[in-house]
Write a protein that binds this ligand. Sequence first.
Ligand SMILES: Nc1ncnc2c1ncn2[C@@H]1O[C@H](COP(=O)(O)OP(=O)(O)O)[C@@H](O)[C@H]1O
Ligand SMILES: [Mg+2]
Length: 254
Amino acid sequence: MTAPVIDIRDLSTRFGEVWIHRHLNLQVEQGDVVALVGGSGSGKTTLLRQIIGLLHPTLGDIRLFGEPLFGGGVHREQALRRRFGVLFQHGALFSAFNVFDNVAFPLRELGCFDEAMIHDLVMLKLSMVELLPRHARLMPAELSGGMVKRVALARALALEPELLLLDEPTAGLDPDRSDSFVRLVRQLDKELGLTVVLVTHDLDTLAALESRVAVLAEQHILALGSIEEIMAVDHPFIRNFFLSDRSRRALETH
Ligand SMILES: Nc1ncnc2c1ncn2[C@@H]1O[C@H](COP(=O)(O)OP(=O)(O)O)[C@@H](O)[C@H]1O
Ligand SMILES: [Mg+2]
């Protein structure tokens, strides 16, 4: 049996006097798409930052691909880092770089491709996110919100990660753009066999994604399962989140 892609055991996080996570456990298997939901300030972004090693948990253990995140030496940590791509919540593009150079950034940083190779790889990633070659020369300020997300996704995919982490990727997009972004993520998941963890509090995104849902509440993963399984859990956060009129409409239309 292969190790889970993400294996979080008994993780606790304290900021000052406040415990954000307590005894949190989460396992994500290869090829899974998991939507992480939870109230504002429940610690979703913090958890993503911990998964990618930007922040040490106060207590507990995180393994990626069966390997501990920390303590393996710089080279091993770098090798591990290459296996995931991230799209941050306010994951701005480098505003002084055009689309091409934004996507090329992680490839150039790696230092093992020549410019001809980088050109081909960037164009391939742009086509994967359904952008056209002519978009490569545009500056971030010239892009719509939906295009910014696509370019950021292309950049996250640049190094062909096995794991993709997306923090509220559809926040601020109108429903059409949001749907088409979700469709794109699902398609990439199918074609590339990616494992995806996506933070969202958008019911439309959740319904369109047809992923498993992990609920972060009361400082830990309170429930993990299909939307139907989660909706059957009797808990105030879940009732509020899934059973409001607006939520019902979102779930019915997908
Ligand atoms: N580096 C930090 N130092 C202190 N407090 C933080 C830090 N990062 C986040 N927090 C606090 O932790 C809580 C969870 O934050 P966050 O993970 O961003 O929540 P979410 O993404 O679920 O909205 C919030 O109350 C936030 O203010
Ligand atoms: Mg957040």
